[in-house]
Design a protein around this ligand. Structure first.
Ligand code: BES
Ligand code: ZN
Ligand code: ZN
Length: 488
């Protein structure tokens, strides 16, 4: 698929899309009427510009889609509307499509392109029957009607979408197609292709490094755990950002086994890893002037004679002992090693971890926002603002000391589960805090509700690549801040 900026649609463009939003709708409809010779009265009756509302007209042998974006849409709404339109109508659009960006803010171009490409995602990757090829996706042209050339925005939308599509595939892959080795080779290939360093520690190397908590979680699985270390250093980088993502490729709960009802969804317990893999890849593609270190501890959490048992006391990279009172609270164990390894070996200026960490955050915030935990107000504000810009909402929860008491152990330095039926997402954040070595700018994002979500496009929940756009936005703002600081 090829995107071109044009000042006039080619005569043979078979499909034209007019995005409309609720502000000044009448003016927008008058413009469409002039362009298409559709009567303005019909447009006014049919089009309300609701979110992702699709109205189809035929005029002069062309398909005319008027696509609703709602009121003052954020970037996510624009992306979603285009993704839905392309996904639902892909077979009918012909070989060339025009999109009118006239009357829209210029920066929306990125989101239009991004949503357009995401609409090509095929959920049925494991279906045996060959599906009809969509020639448009291979060699179709999308003409963007705009007064200025906006190739940088088009490229950003494309580069982001290409990574997101591959992350969808990784997130949606079942555990018999996705092991810690799959995540490791994803990182290796990406590093090779986009020019950043990747090292993978196998279990032997983890042993000699002392990554004991990761090894303990992985000891019941046939596939060995891996510890992935990625490092991208852009030209002119002055800030060092550390990212850690939970990479549990399947979470049975271990011996503290989960109920079976929704256990199949636990193939998505590597949503934090996906966000980190994606963010570092996109940062490298966009050549952002930043130094990013991404760490993904990855393992299965399986049931076996070798599995750790509730009550076991394990070691950690930080040298602290952990009483594992619940083997299903495994994410915090592998993150503990990831966080302390990153702090000790790289001393980042900012440290962010992302993890599908607790069911508790879903009971608190549902599927619309991720939990944000930090004691650094400045960092909290910046992340929240970045999320508002990308439509990936974050909501801050407290980190008060009282919650740390829930994790006191009589026999070890700390325990991994309070045994209490409440405030588990907060307790999880307090557990992680033990392992960040008093880092002054650390934030934890609990993305259990947002990494894997409902769409109108599939019957079941699917990977969202939540966090990639958020992290790229946050990092981009950070690099701008640097430039300003210097010029002052
Ligand atoms: N992977 C789960 C959290 C999760 C739950 C993610 C639902 C996505 C959807 C995590 O490892 C877990 O099992 N957490 C336990 C923690 C508890 C034992 C303290 C939970 O939330 O129940
Ligand atoms: Zn678990
Ligand atoms: Zn888990």
């Amino acid at each position: 698929m090829n995107f071109l900026t044009v000042s006039q649609f080619s005569a043979d463009t078979q499909t034209i899309i007019y995005p409309v939003h609720k502000e000044n709708l009448a003016t927008q409809l008058t413009f469409i009427a002039e362009q298409t010779s559709l009567p303005v009265s019909i447009l006014t009756t049919e089009v309300k510009a609701e979110k992702a509302e699709i109205t189809l007209f035929f005029s002069a042998e062309k398909r005319i889609y008027v696509l609703g974006l709602g009121s003052e849409p954020d970037s996510q709404q624009i992306i979603k509307a285009f993704r839905t339109l392309v996904f639902k109508h892909k077979a009918k659009v012909g070989s060339s499509v025009g999109v009118s960006l006239q009357n829209l803010p210029e920066h929306w171009t990125e989101f239009v392109v991004n949503g357009f490409i995401l609409g090509t995602y095929d959920f049925g990757l494991y279906k045996s029957e060959a599906r009809a090829a969509i020639p448009f996706f291979e060699n179709g042209t999308v003409e963007l009607l705009a007064s200025d050339s906006n190739s940088e925005l088009i490229e950003k939308g494309q580069k982001m979408a290409d990574t997101q599509l591959r992350l969808f595939t990784l997130l949606n892959a079942p555990s018999n197609f996705k092991t810690p080795q799959t995540l490791a080779s994803w990182a290796m290939h990406s590093g090779e292709k986009y020019g950043y360093k990747v090292r993978v520690f196998d279990s032997g190397e983890c042993q000699s490094q002392g990554l004991s908590a990761l090894l303990a979680v992985g000891q019941g699985s046939k596939s060995e755990p891996e510890f992935i270390v990625m490092e991208y250093k852009g030209e002119g980088a002055t800030r060092k950002v550390g990212l850690v993502g939970k990479g549990v490729t399947f979470d049975t709960g271990g011996i503290s086994i989960k109920p079976s009802e929704n256990m199949h969804l636990m193939k998505s317990d590597m949503g934090g890893a996906a966000a980190v893999l994606g963010a570092i890849e996109v940062a490298a593609k966009l050549k952002l002037p930043v130094h990013v270190i991404g760490i993904v501890p990855t393992t299965e959490n399986s049931v076996d004679g070798e599995s750790m048992k509730p009550g076991d006391v394990i070691q950690s990279y930080a040298g602290k002992t952990i009483e594992v009172t619940d083997t299903d609270a495994e994410g915090r164990l592998i993150l503990a090693d990831g966080l302390s390894y990153l702090v000790k070996n790289f001393q980042p200026d900012v440290l962010i971890d992302l993890a599908t960490l607790t069911g508790s955050i879903i009971r608190t915030l549902g599927y619309h926002a991720a939990g944000l935990f930090t004691t650094n107000n400045e960092l909290g504000k910046k992340l929240k603002r970045a999320g508002e810009r990308t439509g990936e909402k974050l909501w801050r929860l407290p980190m008060w000391e009282e919650y740390a008491d829930h994790l006191k152990s009589d026999i070890a330095d700390v325990r991994n589960f309070s045994g209490l039926p409440h405030s588990q997402a907060i307790a999880a954040a307090k557990f992680l805090e033990v392992f960040v070595e008093n880092h002054p700018a650390w934030a934890h994002l609990d993305i259990a509700g947002t990494a894997y979500g409902d769409t109108d496009l599939a019957t079941q929940r699917a990977g969202t690549a939540y966090g990639v756009r958020l992290l790229i936005e946050f990092i981009t703002q950070l690099t701008k801040e640097n430039i300003n600081d210097k010029s002052q």
